[in-house]
Design a protein around this ligand. Structure first.
Ligand code: 1QQ
Length: 400
């Protein structure tokens, strides 16, 4: 009885405060009345194997938070990132999104890391009328999830074929191609379809399609089957840990030809997995650190100052996601809507409408969106991994 009394007496004021906050504006106010901030949600993988990719997203988003707050935030009101870990699966993404939407009361969400997660978590945001920007969701069909779902990550259909063309340029004699993909991952399935279609368009011979799981570590069976068919090119659609191990095992079993890695291998977190054997892997890119523009210079300089290396694509795309929200909020505010005072539900809807209409000068270039939320982006690149002889460090060398 006594215990119940204490619990109730503590909970009631908390609930009242929570209720008061819910009904009002999208800004957070600290208890001492300090300056409020507009909450933007970041829901990406900070734990699990997928953190190899998600870590780079947190880095990019945080740089954006600092950059835009140093540049007046939203017409004088700062932004504040609320970061929730999605881990690597659907349940984690759903949880993180629900927390961001209902508890953290964010105006919009940059996330999740994987398309596999987006197909489960994005519909929840869409039903709650909360805008989502996919920072790395490249599978076919992401913008079709709903009205409130857009992406700043160009789809596999426009990115992946560039890697095949680069491989053919390096070795015009390529004829026989072996393809591998992770069959438990929506992005990997979507990317391999595009790779296989590109091979057909280029009149190359697809000699085998080998399947694996993103949780696999042993690829001896699939690697041996492929090598027996003497391919001149190997293409891998998976994620960083499995993809890195597959590259390593292909090389250890004696495969000497070119290897293309898909977007899931697009991180220097691959280097500790395949070490010197990562050398030479070709990966198509939706970002080039050398892209010349004032915003990319700011982003690149800030990233290099902190991490002592060139910024990776996933960081640039996460920065871009935050930027699109901030730019769109600024446009709304300057257009006469005081965004920091608008009711949250109304602001989320207005923000979604506004962001789809805008044009943005971002680190990944000038971008805009189709009415459905598909990114319109101009330039794509291909990089090749160059490992240092020490076997631990390396870099992505962009092809001309
Ligand atoms: C997707 C991807 C991943 C490889 C990004 C981390 O492109 O899931 O769509």
């Amino acid at each position: 009885m006594k215990k119940q009394f204490y619990t109730l007496s503590l909970i009631t004021p908390t609930l009242l405060i929570l209720a008061a906050c819910t009904a009002t504006s999208p800004t957070t106010t600290s208890s001492n009345g300090a300056k409020s901030a507009i909450a933007i949600g970041i829901g990406v993988a900070q734990t699990s194997n997928v953190a190899l990719l998600g870590q780079e997203q947190v880095a990019g988003a945080k740089l954006a938070e600092k950059f835009f707050n140093d540049n007046k935030g939203v017409n004088g009101t700062p932004i504040k990132l609320i970061i929730q870990d999605t881990a690597g699966d659907e349940a984690g993404a759903i949880n993180a999104f629900q927390t961001l939407i209902s508890k953290d009361k964010v105006v919009g969400i940059v996330g999740p890391t994987l398309s596999q997660q987006a197909f489960s978590a994005d519909p929840i945001a869409d039903r709650a009328k909360v805008p989502v920007l996919g920072p790395s969701n490249t599978a076919k069909g992401i913008p079709d999830i709903g009205e409130f779902v857009a992406r700043v990550s160009a789809p596999v259909s426009v990115v992946a074929p560039n890697a095949v063309k680069a491989a053919l340029k390096m070795n015009p004699k390529i004829k026989k191609v072996a393809v591998f993909y992770a069959q438990n991952d929506a992005f990997s399935k979507s990317e391999t379809e595009i790779f296989q279609k590109t091979l057909k368009d280029q009149k190359l011979d697809l000699v085998t399609v080998q399947k694996f799981q993103t949780t696999d570590t042993d690829f001896q069976t699939q690697a041996t089957s492929a090598i027996n068919l003497k391919p001149d090119l190997v293409i891998i659609s998976g994620l960083a840990a499995d993809g890195g191990n597959l590259v390593r095992q292909m090389r250890e079993l004696g495969y000497k030809g070119l290897i293309i890695g898909g977007n899931g291998l697009n991180t220097s977190n691959l280097f500790p997995v395949c070490k010197t054997l990562c050398d030479g892997v070709l990966i198509a890119q939706a970002y080039n650190p050398e892209y010349v523009s004032p915003i990319n210079k700011s982003f690149r300089d800030a990233y290099k100052a902190q991490y002592k290396k060139e910024p990776p694509q996933f960081s640039a795309q996460a920065f871009t996601g935050v930027q699109v929200f901030v730019d769109a909020l600024n446009t709304l505010d300057k257009g006469g809507k005081k965004v920091s005072q608008m009711p949250l539900a109304e602001l989320r809807v207005a923000l979604n409408q506004q962001l789809l209409k805008g044009k943005y000068n971002t680190p990944i270039g000038e971008i805009s969106f189709t009415p459905k939320g598909e990114i319109i982006q101009k330039d794509f690149y291909v990089a090749q991994i160059k490992m240092d002889t020490d076997g631990t460090s390396g870099k992505f060398a962009f092809l001309k």
